[in-house]
Design a protein around this ligand. Structure first.
Ligand SMILES: [Fe+2]
Length: 293
């Protein structure tokens, strides 16, 4: 990365999520990537501890938030995009294929008629290869489907924010078994990212460190091509797909998938309150996960 931009990471140790603030130092314009809304499933209560750290950072450094970027509709944490926008401004953006994800989950959750799966909950929908700007810095949105059909990576000034398409070299890749996920597509998306210049800095959205290693979130294209346990250059598509599908078949449904998806396909907005003024989340019974053997 040139001296033009800085990246500050914020790690949430409850969901293993890394959020980022990218700053164009010349204009003090900023983009926030994948912000977390804390959620206690037991009580159904949201908190803003993580989001408030981002707000404090933005205010302390006198930044103007232009973008709140989501790499995808996350299944493991709720997004604080809407809360941040209320406090900091900025446009909430995601990939245009979010409409497919909204259609799938509108049906799965039997959402209210007023929920339109047309992406209008977001301020901007990125097309593949779309160029945008953070202050004076050019950035590019890359469609990288596979983990979900709508995943995007964001390429900014020699750094790529890959969401869940790749994890750290010793962790590998994300699952591809959610609705609309596809291991073949994920392989192609990983190769697309790994075709960037070897020195490209890479920032991942989660880290699940093996025992004995502290959480980490920054690597490079070169390191991934040499060492990633799922995606190094020597691993071909057939080998990857077989490994990914076998592994996915053993994974539990993520703890927060039901609340996360219902909030995240609304761009971080809670469902509309019912006639008592309270927002509710739904739990579809016997719909997702594996049937009893
Ligand atoms: Fe994800």
């Amino acid at each position: 990365m040139t001296a033009r931009t800085t990246v500050q990471a914020f790690f949430d140790d409850k969901t293993w999520t890394v959020s980022y603030v990218i700053v164009d130092t010349a204009t003090r314009s900023a983009a926030i990537v994948d912000p977390v809304l804390d959620f206690d499933f037991k009580s159904g209560r949201t908190h803003t501890l993580q989001a408030d750290k981002l707000i404090a950072h933005v205010r302390e450094h006198g930044l103007t938030v232009q973008w709140i970027l989501e790499t995808h509709a996350h299944a493991d944490h709720l997004s604080s995009a809407r809360y941040l926008q209320q406090h900091l401004g900025g446009r909430i953006a995601i990939g245009e294929r979010i409409t497919q994800v909204q259609q799938t989950f509108k049906k799965l959750f039997n959402l209210e008629r007023g929920f339109l799966p047309d992406g209008t909950q977001f301020d901007h929908l990125f097309q593949d290869d779309e160029v945008f700007h953070i202050g004076g810095v050019e950035a590019r949105a890359l469609l990288v489907p596979g983990h979900t059909p709508a995943d995007m990576a964001y390429l900014v000034d020699g750094a790529v924010f890959v969401g869940d398409t790749l994890f750290m070299p010793d962790v590998g890749s994300a699952r591809a078994d959610f609705p609309g996920g596809d291991a073949h597509a994920l392989y192609a998306s990983m190769r697309r990212i790994l075709a960037l210049p070897p020195e490209t800095r890479m920032f991942v959205c989660h880290d699940y460190p093996p025992a004995g290693r502290a959480p980490a979130w920054e690597t490079t294209v070169a390191a991934q091509r040499a060492h990633n346990i799922h995606a190094r250059d020597s691993i071909g598509e057939a080998e990857f797909v077989q490994m990914r599908q076998a592994r996915d078949a053993t994974l539990d449904v993520p703890t927060l998938i039901l609340p996360s998806i219902q909030v995240n396909i609304r761009a971080g907005q809670l469902p509309p309150p019912e006639d008592d003024g309270v927002s509710y989340l739904k739990i579809p019974l016997n719909v997702i996960g594996r049937a009893q053997p």
